[in-house]
Design a protein around this ligand. Sequence first.
Ligand code: SF4
Length: 384
Amino acid sequence: MTGEPTVDHPAHGHSGRRPINFDRKPRLVFWEMTKACPLACVHCRATAQPSPAPGELTTEEGMALIDELAATDRPTPVLILTGGDCLQRSDLGPLTSYANRLGVPVAISPSVSDSLNEATLRMLRDNGVRTASLSLDGAVAGTHEHVRQIPGHFEDTLRAIDLLQANGFSVQINTAVMAQNVHELADIAALIFRHGVRTWEVFFLINVGRGQRVSEIAAGDYEDVCHFLVDAAQYGMTVRTVEAPFFRRARDLRDGAEGNDPAAEFGLGTLYRQLRDRLRGELGEATSRVLAPTIATRDGKGIIFVAHDGEVYPAGFLPLSLGSVRDRGLLDIYTEHPLLQAIRAAEFPGRCGSCEYSDRCGGSRARAYAATGDALADDPACPY
Ligand code: SF4
């Protein structure tokens, strides 16, 4: 999946542009093109399977979705083709070609398999696709392959990064943070940086799909990881988070405390110190300003997810259907659904609603829903 552009947020001391209004259209539209995937990862949100699921959106329905995005004013939302494995769709060529003709930017989020090959990448490039995201969940083969369940998949993924780059793609690496890999985060950052990756998206696991089979990190570690990611964003690599909007709070806090030791200033734990020291050991002292998007999206605010069967969700990790694109336009659902309106207005009844970061962060709606059944409840991972 591709990402949020790095834009300044004037409400927080950065110069420049007005905040983006996400009430009229999303910035990122994720389309789960198929459930089919040759992998069977232990934490799969989509609970992917070897073959397509019944009732997947047809080529014509996909084109109608593209028509809708093309009809919006600029900037046109980015369509992220995901799955399952988007490369398992036999109509990937016609669909990306159609989007290209209509000026809809497309990014792909494929699985690493034999389908990710030179011929397919050339076709996608000819159809205007320039950005791809791959998953890497460990700094060593044992950890990554425990998650991906395929021997040799770690080296295959490193080769796939090189192949994508050789074919002119900008590569983003996605890492799902789990109890099983949290201590490897600094090594993962160093590994992908050395492979020329300049965007790292860190998913904070939500217990949906097969994700219920792996362990989230300990409650006290979220803050440590967020502050470590602020450090990691100071090596010339943009760092983004998924389902951890409070990363923006950590980043803002650090903005106001430059020169101080974050561990002492914010009472961080040993995990932060270990990850920070490990990263310094690998890459040396930080070399750049913090490269992290300041744009304030969250599930249903700037982000929308279309499932394989056309059902629309605030995000891939929030299994609360808002309607179907088979019955109603995506933008109509996005703009009119009361839940999304409440999410965008930061109308949260609890702590996230009264927090000074309610608009800028607002908490993970997916984690709130997974924990309580209420998508407007507090995000239990945030200690603020
Ligand atoms: S309390 Fe809620 S809104 Fe405030 S920083 Fe934490 S998650 Fe974000």
